[in-house]
Design a protein around this ligand. Structure first.
Ligand code: 2P0
Length: 326
C-alpha cells in the first residue's frame, strides 16, 4: 500500500488565469506549458489501516496544520475516487527553492495524485491522472506530461473533459528556460485569490478570454514548426495580457516589483542586440526567460551584472510523472 512518484514543475507559456468552477478547479481558458527538468517534487504515500489520521512530512519536517489540512482534503477526493477509507502517511520532498517564490503546487499535486493512486493499487492512464491532479491545483494537470502540454478546459460541468494532453515530447525541441530569482517583498495575494478577484471584477478579463484562442493557435504552430521567435513573442504577449487583467481588478494589484521590470527591460536590450530572449512571469515577481541553448550563456553573463538578480536556474524540457522504486 505504498508508492513513490516524482513530478516536475511546469511554466505556462499560455497562462491559466481564472476558474469557472472553484470546487472542481475548472478553468475559463485552455493553457499550454513546458514541463521543466530542474524543479521537482518526490512524494511517498503509504495507506495503512492502523493510522488514525493522515500525516504529512514536508521536506523532512511535520507540515503546518493548514498544509496538512489541504493534503488531507485532497486525499479525501482520492479515497472517494478509489472507494477506500484508510488514512495515509505522506512524505514529500520539494526540489524547488520554495522560499524563493518558485513554489509550485503543480509538481506537488501531480506527484501526490500519482503516488496516492498507485499506493492504492490503481493503474491509471495519464488522462485520469491529469483529471485527479487538476483537482489539487489547476496547473498540476499539465505536470502529468513531459515537454509541451496543453490543458483543455473542457465544457462539461463534472470536469471529466478538463485535462492536459501532450503536445510535444521533451526530446523533440531543446528550448531553455532561465528562472531568474529576484530580491522581493512578500507576495501580495495568492494566485488562487488573485485569479478569482480578476474574473469577478476586472473589465479587462473579457479581452483576455477573447485573445487567448488566437494565441493558443499561434503557439501551437510555433511549436510544430520549431519557430522559436514566434513562440517567444506569443508567450511574452500572453503573459503581459494576463498581468494587465490584474491592473483592472478591484481593488487593483500586481505581482511585479521594480526588479521584475528591470529584468523585463534587460530582455528587451538583449533582443535589441540580436539575442533571441523572451520573458514570461507568473503570479510572483520572478521572471522566466525563454531562450535557445546557444544563447543561454550570453544571457546569463548579462543578467549576472544586475544587482537585483539573486540567482539564475537553468532548465531544460523535463519529463512527466515517474514512479520510483520503494
Ligand atoms: C499557470 N498560474 O498557468 C498560471 C499562470 C499562475 C500564473 O496556475 O487555484 O496554483 O491551485 O488552480 O495552479 C498558479 O495557480 O492555482 C497558476 P489553483 P495554481 O501556471
Amino acid at each position: 500500500m505504498k508508492a513513490v512518484a516524482k513530478a516536475h514543475t511546469n511554466i505556462a507559456l499560455i497562462k491559466y488565469w481564472g476558474k469557472r468552477n472553484d470546487e472542481l478547479i475548472l478553468p475559463m481558458n485552455n493553457s499550454l506549458s513546458l514541463t521543466l527538468d530542474h524543479f521537482y517534487t518526490t512524494t511517498e504515500v503509504q495507506f495503512d489501516e492502523a493510522l488514525q489520521t493522515d500525516t504529512f512530512i514536508f521536506n523532512g519536517e511535520t507540515a503546518s496544520d493548514s498544509e496538512s489540512a489541504k493534503i488531507s482534503s485532497y486525499l479525501d477526493r482520492i479515497r472517494q475516487f478509489a472507494g477506500v477509507q484508510m488514512y495515509a502517511a505522506v512524505r514529500s520532498v520539494n526540489h524547488v527553492p520554495t522560499s524563493a517564490g518558485f513554489a509550485s503546487s503543480a509538481s506537488g499535486f501531480a506527484a501526490l495524485a500519482a503516488a496516492s493512486t498507485k499506493a492504492l493499487g490503481l493503474d491509471l492512464d495519464r488522462k485520469t491522472l491529469s483529471i485527479l491532479a487538476r483537482q489539487g491545483s489547476g496547473s498540476a494537470c499539465r505536470s502529468v506530461f513531459g515537454g509541451f502540454a496543453e490543458w483543455e478546459k473542457g465544457s462539461r460541468t463534472d470536469g471529466s473533459d478538463s485535462y492536459a494532453v501532450p503536445i510535444m515530447s521533451k526530446t523533440e525541441w531543446d528550448v531553455r528556460v532561465l528562472s531568474v530569482l529576484l530580491e522581493s517583498n512578500e507576495k501580495p495575494i495568492s494566485s488562487r485569490k488573485g485569479m478569482k478577484r480578476t474574473v469577478e471584477t476586472s473589465p479587462f478579463y473579457s479581452g483576455w478570454l477573447e485573445a487567448v484562442d488566437h494565441e493558443l493557435k499561434e503557439i501551437k504552430t510555433a511549436i510544430r514548426t520549431k519557430d522559436f521567435e514566434r513562440l517567444g513573442k506569443v508567450a511574452e504577449a500572453n503573459a503581459l495580457k494576463m498581468h494587465a487583467t490584474m491592473l483592472g481588478s478591484h481593488p487593483p494589484f500586481t505581482y511585479w516589483q521594480s526588479s521584475t521590470m528591470a529584468v523585463m527591460e534587460e530582455v528587451q536590450h538583449l533582443r535589441d542586440k540580436g539575442i533571441q530572449a523572451y520573458y514570461t512571469i507568473d503570479a510572483g515577481p520572478n521572471v522566466k526567460i525563454l531562450c535557445l541553448p546557444e544563447d543561454e550563456q550570453k544571457i546569463r553573463d548579462e543578467l549576472e551584472n544586475l544587482e537585483m538578480v539573486k540567482g539564475i536556474y537553468g532548465c531544460r524540457p523535463g519529463p512527466g510523472i515517474e514512479y520510483k522504486e520503494k
